[in-house]
Design a protein around this ligand. Structure first.
Ligand code: ZN
Length: 135
């Protein structure tokens, strides 16, 4: 069993966005030559996250973001001095990590699944820690 650890940079284009990182993660797995195991993704930020959802129709992520913005707007009652409490809330809801199985050297995603880095206080260059455990 081998362990590969790296940090990938993800550039986010707007204050709030879902960035499809499926291709980036697929390439990383291929480069490491791991045939079976798992990859763990960890976002070391408090206003971003990582999730899996449909990547066939881009409107799915558009609708997700629309609903997150609508359900968790900035509020005058928030106390956090930085003024980005809405971003912290969305980040906690989406979560900071994800594990995907690897089989036959490929990510074992469902047909319609893609991996998204979710930004809630960009645009910026973000870090994504990746760890593969496998052989
Ligand atoms: Zn803050």
């Amino acid at each position: 069993m081998r362990i590969h650890q790296d940090t990938i940079t993800v550039s986010t284009p707007e204050r709030e966005s879902f960035v499809d990182i499926t291709g980036k993660i697929t390439r990383y797995v291929k480069e490491q030559g791991v045939q079976k195991g798992m990859i763990h993704l960890f976002v070391p930020h408090t206003t971003a996250g990582v999730t899996i959802n449909e990547n066939a129709d881009p409107d799915v992520c558009r609708d997700l973001l629309f609903e997150l913005k609508k359900s968790f707007p900035d509020r005058k009652e928030f106390r956090h001095a930085e003024g980005n409490s809405d971003a912290h809330i969305k980040s906690s809801l989406i979560g900071p990590n994800l594990t995907v199985p690897i089989q036959g050297g490929k990510l074992r995603l469902g047909t319609w699944q893609g991996i998204y880095f979710t930004e809630f206080d960009g645009p910026r260059d973000r870090k994504l820690h990746v760890q593969i455990i496998g052989e």
